[in-house]
Design a protein around this ligand. Structure first.
Ligand code: GAR
Length: 204
């Protein structure tokens, strides 16, 4: 069985979507462990409710990334649980060297915009403020530079005239909950190949 690890800092709706797709039989993977940098993350409660191993691992003294020794602990924990693919699901810290040494090419992320537009935080609000007519979400491989890795899947969401940041983010999340499990399925079934910056999906 293909084993994934999920890293989440917040409410965990993407984690819940992955669990739902496992329960429905769409995804034939096991979540080896859920790790959070936030002891109060609802994602940890979701994991406990579903009897999935879960751990809060202290991030250390920095705000935007993990302290080196702490990052080592994240990697050790993922390895201990046999994780083959690391799925960032609202994990609000930049991944650094220890992760890339252990899991290069095996870390994916869901981002709430059509990359390369609106990298960084609150991408739905950036899109609304900019005035684009369409935004969406992107599943991509993670590289050192934030929100830049090869793109696996994207989904488009129209921006409505009466949208607020909250309503737009909600509709983007509905699409996230579809494309993130699908991307994990394609990787777990070995149907994805990287050619330069392009990701080729081989359905056969
Ligand atoms: C999602 O919208 C995800 O795209 C975003 O955080 C949210 C987490 O939601 N991630 C980023 O902004 C990463 N740069 P969730 O906790 O309900 O899964």
């Amino acid at each position: 069985m293909f084993i994934i690890g999920v890293l989440a800092s917040g409410k965990g709706s993407n984690l819940q979507a992955i669990i739902n797709h496992i329960n429905s039989g769409f995804l034939n993977v096991k979540i080896g462990v859920v790790i959070s940098d936030n002891p109060d993350a609802y994602a940890l409660k979701i994991a406990r409710d579903w009897h999935i191993p879960s751990e809060y691992i202290e991030p250390g003294k920095y705000k935007t990334f993990l302290e080196k020794n702490q990052e080592k602990k994240y990697v050790e924990c993922l390895k201990k649980h046999g994780v083959e693919l690391v799925c960032l699901a609202g994990f609000m810290r930049v991944i650094k060297k220890e992760f890339f040494n252990a899991y290069r090419g095996k870390i994916i992320n869901i981002h709430p915009s059509l990359l390369p537009s609106f990298r960084g935080l609150q991408a739905w609000k950036q899109a609304l403020d900019y005035g684009v007519r369409f935004t969406g979400c992107t599943v991509h491989f993670v590289e050192e530079e934030i929100d830049t890795g090869p793109i696996i899947l994207q989904a488009v969401v129209p921006v409505l005239d009466d949208d607020t940041p909250k309503s737009l983010h909600q509709r983007i999340q509905e699409k996230e909950h579809i494309i993130y499990p699908l991307a994990i399925k394609l990787i777990s079934e070995n149907k994805i190949f990287i050619k330069g910056r392009r990701v080729i999906i081989n359905e056969n």
